[in-house]
Design a binder for this molecule. Sequence first.
Ligand SMILES: [Zn+2]
Length: 69
Amino acid sequence: MMHTDTTQTFSHPQQTLTHEHAWMLESAHNTSDGMVLYVRCGAGCGARRIDRQGLIETPPSAVSKVVGG
Ligand SMILES: [Zn+2]
C-alpha cells in the first residue's frame, strides 16, 4: 500500500518580519485608569504598542476574608 501524504504547503513569499516582538519599555505614564506603557520592539522592526496596566490587572489582594457561606 502506498501512503500519499497530501501536505499542503503554502509558500509564503517574503513574510513581512515575522518574529516575536521583543517589547521594550520606552516610557510609562500614570493615568487615572492606571499605567500606560509605551513599548517598542527592541529587534528594530519599528513596531510599537501601547499597553495599559490598569487597575484590572492588579493582583488580587485579600482585603476582606470570606467568612462562612
Ligand atoms: Zn518586532
